[in-house]
Design a protein around this ligand. Structure first.
Ligand code: 48F
Length: 271
């Protein structure tokens, strides 16, 4: 039985203080991001770069990432050897994030870096610039109104994974950026569920081709576009939509794609 004297005198105990602080802090964060300039799906390298530059441009941007750890395919380097390669053209982006790199002596124009430093540096750089990341949140649908894509339908990843019958919530946004990587999940929802015609030769998703590093690196940047009013794609998602080649653990194209996505969205929103 509880001691009535203790109960009468008690200031909030630390256990309650911690719990209250977490609930209030998270609620405030989510409430502040229910209406966004840019809702980004997936926290891979291209989306993290986009998020930093969007936030630096003064736009309210948030990333919704299915996994507990943001970073997408960055962490594992190539076949779990935790190093990646980037081209000189993307070094200014790494420098802006404060991520270190070193030239490959035998291959002028190419550099290596630690994939763990890259993942953690990209995450910190996006958040520190003012973008928010909501992790363990899966995007299961888009909001479509007034003939444009206008937000995301979200739910907790454990709800999705366990197949629980729990209705989702929504965030609205002026633009949506699909950074979901190889599966282009948001583009699939747009084509198959919303029956939208994308600005591709068929109106649909052309599908990723096999490995061809140079071509894939260039096309990842070229294919970073607005594919439907309010709906953009970056990184491997863009390449999959437009039928580009894959490129493996070289990441310059991803970084440049993220920066291009931010520039296109800024132009679209008149920033
Ligand atoms: O695939 P991913 O790292 O995106 P990216 O920026 O980079 C691709 C490279 O990592 C690599 C490559 C480079 O040569 O080929 O693959 O294109 O990250 C995509 C993120 O999106 C999340 C997923 O968990 C991953 O972290 N994601 C995918 N679908 C959803 C999602 C969804 N429906 N809701 C929330 N997050």
């Amino acid at each position: 039985m509880s001691d009535p004297k203790i109960a009468e005198n008690s200031a909030p105990v630390i256990e309650t203080t911690i719990t209250r602080a977490i609930i209030e802090g998270f609620s405030e964060k989510l409430l502040n991001h229910l209406s966004l300039d840019v809702a980004i799906v997936g926290a891979g390298p291209s989306a993290l770069v986009a998020a930093r530059y969007l936030a630096k441009a003064g736009l309210k941007a948030a990333i919704f990432e299915r996994k507990l750890a943001p970073g997408g395919g960055t962490w594992g380097g190539g076949m779990l050897f935790n190093e990646v390669v980037v081209q000189d053209a993307s070094l200014e982006i790494l420098d802006d994030f404060g991520i270190t790199h070193k030239p490959i002596a035998s291959a002028p124009g190419y550099n290596t870096l630690d994939s763990v430093e890259m993942a953690s540096g990209l995450i910190y750089g996006a958040v520190h610039a003012g973008a928010k990341i909501f992790n363990s949140v899966s995007v299961e649908d888009i909001v479509f109104r007034d003939k444009q894509v206008g937000g995301l339908v979200i739910n907790w990843t454990p709800v999705e994974r366990l197949g629980m019958h729990v209705d989702p919530l929504t965030v609205t946004s002026r633009c949506v950026l699909d950074g979901t990587g190889h599966p282009s999940e948001i583009m699939h929802l747009a084509v198959e569920k919303a029956q939208l015609k994308l600005s591709t030769p068929t109106g649909g998703i052309l599908g990723e081709k096999p490995m061809w590093v140079d071509s894939g690196e260039a096309s990842t940047v070229e294919n970073t576009q607005e594919y439907y009013p309010g709906l953009f794609a970056c990184g491997m998602s863009a390449n999959n939509v437009m039928g580009g080649y894959r490129m493996g653990p070289i990441f310059g194209g991803m970084l440049l794609s993220g920066r291009k996505a931010a520039q296109l969205i800024c132009a679209r929103l008149g920033v």
